[in-house]
Design a binder for this molecule. Structure first.
Ligand SMILES: Nc1ncnc2c1ncn2[C@@H]1O[C@H](COP(=O)(O)OP(=O)(O)OP(=O)(O)O)[C@@H](O)[C@H]1O
Length: 585
C-alpha cells in the first residue's frame, strides 16, 4: 500500500482556514439502517444493509467498495438524499447532527469524478474544435465558465440609499465579507492547484486534468460544511494527486469543510484518513478505524486482487514489426506557446506503448496529431508519416477507420441518440464514425458503398460484432464463463439503448467499438475511467489474452502505471512528454 504525504499543504494561508471551525455533534449518523433506491416499494431489495455509520468531527473518512465503484458512488449519494435510509436517522437533527437542522442542500455537496457527466443532447459534437481556431461558441474561458464573478473587481462597499433598515445593512455587510473571503479563497486555491495561467483560456482548450482541478476549486468556493468527493484523483498526475490530497487535508483539519473521500480499492489510502467505510460484496458496510478495516480479509482481497492483476504476465512478449507511424520532428504551437517541440517517435506494428506526462503535458494533443484531427497535422505533413503515407495523403475518414480509440473527449461527445442501441454504437467502429449505417448496422465498405449483401465482409463484421460483445459483455464483468445464458444476456445487452446504460457500461461499449474493426492502431486514453472493478479486470484480461491480434499496435494513456494491461516485462515501452519535449524511456 502506498501512503501519501502527511504534510499539510503549506500554500493554504487564508482567513477561511486560519482557525479551526468548531463543530458540535457527529457529522453523519446512520443508525443500523438499510438503504433503498428512492421510490422503491417496501418489498424491494435494499442496496445496502446493516449500515451503522457515525462520523465524529475529528475523524477523516474514506469510502471504498470491494466489488464495484458504482456501489461506492451509491453509498455517497445516500448522504445527499438520493436514496432512502430506513429506519431514518433519528430526530431532531437526522442524518447530519452537526448542522443542527440547517438545510443540508446548502451545506453538504457531493462532487463525483467517478463517472463522467452524460452528454445531454443526442447529436455528436465536434470535440476536435479545441485543436483549431476556436469558434465563437467555444470561446467561453475557464474563468467565465467556473468563476464568472471573479472577472469583476470587488469594489469597496457603497451602501445604496434603498438599504436603510439596520438588518438590511447588516446583511449587506455580511454578504460582502463572505464574498471577500470567497475571493481570497479563489486566489489561494487557483494558485495551490496551479490553475492561474489557464483562467483566461477557452474551456475547450483545457486538458482533462486542468478541468478536473477547476471542478474541485468550484466545489470548495461554495464553502460547504461537508464536502464529499468521489474519486477526486481520477485523471490527475502523480504530482497533482499529492497537491490535491494535501490541500484536502489542510481543509479537513480545520473543518473548513469537513471532507469524506471516495476511493477505488487499488488507490492509495490518504494517510490522513483515520477511518474507512468498506462496502462488502453482500451489501453490508464495514465501518471503523482504518487499521481495523484494512486488516480484514475483505479489504486485503479487494486490494490484492487489483495488485495481483498488474503482476500477471502474458506468456509471450511482442515482436515489433514494420514502422506504422513516424513522427520526425513534429511540433505544435498555439500563438507563441510551443506545446510540443520537435517530437521524434516511431510506432511499429505489434508494439505496446504507455504515453505518460503530467496534466497538460500534451498527450491528448499528440494523439490528435496521430489521428489527423489536429489541423497542424496537415502543416506538419512531411514530418508525420501515418501508415506509410504523409498525413496530407490521407482523407481523414480513411484514417479513422484505421485507428480505434477511446478517450474522455470521445466518451463525452459520443451521440446519445434516441434509438441508438449498443449494437449500433459498436457497429460505428468499423468506419470510426458516429452514424450507424448499412443493413446490419455494421458500416459501409472502404469505397463508401453498401457492403455486398451476404458477402464475406458483411459476414465477417457481424461475427466480429458478436466476438467483442461476448468477449467483453456483462457476464465477463462478473467473471462468468461462456454458455447459453451468457449468450442470451449478450444478445439482450446488444439491444439496449446506448443512452440508457450506466457510465461504466457506456465506457465498455466504446471500448468494444474501438476494437471491433481490428484496426492497426488502438489508442486507449483513460479507457477505464468510470468502469467498475469487474469491467476493468475483464477489459484488461481481454486485451492481454487475444483481444489484439498479431500486427496491431496499442498506445495507452494513463496516470496509473498499474492500469496499463501489459507490464514492462511484456515489452511495453514508455514515451514521456515533459515541457513540450518527448523521449522514449
Ligand atoms: N487552442 C489552445 N490554445 C492554447 N493552449 C491550448 C490550446 N489547446 C490546448 N492547449 C493547451 O495545451 C496543453 C496540452 O493539453 P492536452 O489535453 O494535450 O494535455 P494532456 O497531457 O492530455 O493532459 P491531461 O493529462 O490533463 O489530460 C494544455 O495546457 C492546454 O491548455
Amino acid at each position: 500500500m502506498v501512503l501519501l504525504s502527511r504534510r499539510p499543504c503549506r500554500a493554504i494561508r487564508c482567513r477561511a482556514f486560519s482557525t479551526k471551525h468548531a463543530v458540535d455533534g457527529p457529522i453523519v449518523h446512520i443508525p443500523h439502517s438499510s438503504i433503498y433506491p428512492l421510490g422503491a416499494g417496501a418489498k424491494s431489495g435494499s442496496l445496502f444493509r446493516d449500515v451503522s455509520w457515525t462520523i465524529q468531527p475529528d475523524e477523516a473518512w474514506a469510502v471504498l467498495s470491494s466489488s464495484s465503484s458504482g456501489a461506492k458512488t451509491s453509498l455517497l449519494q445516500a448522504l445527499t438524499g438520493h436514496l432512502r435510509i430506513s429506519p431514518p436517522p433519528p430526530p431532531p437533527y437526522g442524518l447530519f447532527p452537526f448542522l443542527k437542522g440547517r438545510d443540508p442542500h446548502r451545506h453538504v455537496s457531493l462532487v463525483s469524478f467517478a463517472h463522467r457527466p452524460q452528454n445531454a443532447g443526442g447529436a455528436f459534437y465536434d470535440f476536435t474544435a479545441r485543436y483549431g481556431a476556436v469558434r465563437e461558441e467555444d470561446k467561453r474561458t475557464l474563468r467565465e465558465t467556473f468563476f464568472p464573478e471573479t472577472a469583476k473587481p470587488l469594489h469597496d462597499l457603497a451602501i445604496p440609499d434603498m438599504y436603510q433598515h439596520p438588518d438590511d445593512v447588516a446583511q449587506l455587510h455580511a454578504d460582502h465579507a463572505k464574498e471577500k473571503i470567497r475571493r481570497e479563497l479563489f486566489e489561494v486555491l487557483t494558485s495551490a492547484l496551479d490553475l492561474k495561467q489557464f483562467l483566461d483560456l477557452p474551456m475547450v482548450a483545457l486538458s482533462n486534468g486542468q478541468t478536473r482541478k477547476a471542478r474541485i476549486v468550484t466545489a470548495l468556493l461554495e464553502q460547504p460544511e461537508l464536502l464529499i468527493l468521489d474519486e477526486p484523483l481520477t485523471g490527475l498526475d502523480v504530482g497533482t494527486r499529492g497537491l490535491v490530497l494535501s490541500l484536502l487535508q489542510s481543509l479537513h483539519v480545520k473543518n473548513a469543510p469537513h471532507i469524506i473521500i471516495g476511493i477505488r480499492p487499488q488507490d492509495p489510502v490518504p494517510d490522513w484518513t483515520t477511518h474507512l467505510a468498506l462496502i462488502r460484496p453482500d451489501g453490508t458496510v464495514h465501518t471503523g478505524e482504518k487499521h481495523n478495516v484494512m486488516s480484514t480479509s475483505t479489504y486485503s482481497k479487494a486490494h490484492r486482487r487489483s495488485a495481483a492483476e498488474t503482476l500477471r504476465h502474458t506468456p509471450s512478449t511482442f515482436h515489433a514489426g514494420n514502422e506504422m507511424i513516424t513522427l520526425a520532428g513534429v511540433s505544435v504551437t498555439y500563438g507563441d506557446r510551443k506545446m510540443l517541440k520537435d517530437i521524434h517517435w516511431t510506432i511499429r506494428e505489434n508494439s505496446r506503448w504507455h504515453l505518460i506526462g503530467a496534466n497538460g503535458a500534451g498527450k491528448t494533443t499528440l494523439l490528435a496529431m496521430l489521428t489527423g484531427e489536429h489541423p497542424q497535422s496537415y502543416t506538419q505533413s512531411s514530418k508525420l508519416t501515418l501508415f506509410s503515407r504523409p498525413r496530407a495523403k490521407w482523407a481523414t475518414p480513411q484514417l479513422h477507420a484505421r485507428i480505434g480509440r477511446v478517450s474522455p473527449e470521445m466518451h463525452n461527445a459520443f451521440p446519445r441518440r434516441h434509438g441508438m442501441t449498443v449494437w449500433d454504437a459498436i457497429g460505428t467502429g468499423f468506419e470510426g464514425n458516429f452514424v450507424p449505417r448499412g443493413r446490419f448496422r455494421v458500416g459501409f465498405g472502404a469505397d463508401g458503398a453498401e457492403l455486398e449483401k451476404g458477402g464475406e465482409e458483411e459476414g465477417w463484421r457481424v461475427r466480429r460484432m458478436w466476438d467483442v460483445i461476448r468477449g467483453l459483455g456483462p457476464a465477463t464483468w462478473r467473471g462468468e464463463p461462456r454458455g447459453e445464458s451468457e449468450a442470451r444476456e449478450a444478445q439482450m445487452f446488444s439491444e439496449r439503448p446506448f443512452a440508457d446504460l450506466a457510465p461504466g457500461e457506456q465506457a465498455m461499449v466504446l471500448l468494444m467499438r474501438a476494437l471491433v474493426g481490428k484496426p492497426p492502431l488502438v489508442l486507449l486514453d483513460e479507457a477505464w475511467a468510470g468502469m467498475d472493478e469487474g469491467m476493468v479486470k475483464a477489459a484488461r484480461t481481454y486485451l492481454r489474452e487475444g483481444g489484439l491480434e498479431d500486427g496491431q499496435a496499442c498506445i495507452v494513456i494513463s496516470h496509473w502505471e498499474e492500469e496499463v494491461p501489459w507490464s514492462k516485462e511484456d515489452g511495453v515501452q514508455r514515451f514521456r512528454l515533459e515541457q513540450g519535449s518527448g523521449r522514449v524511456e
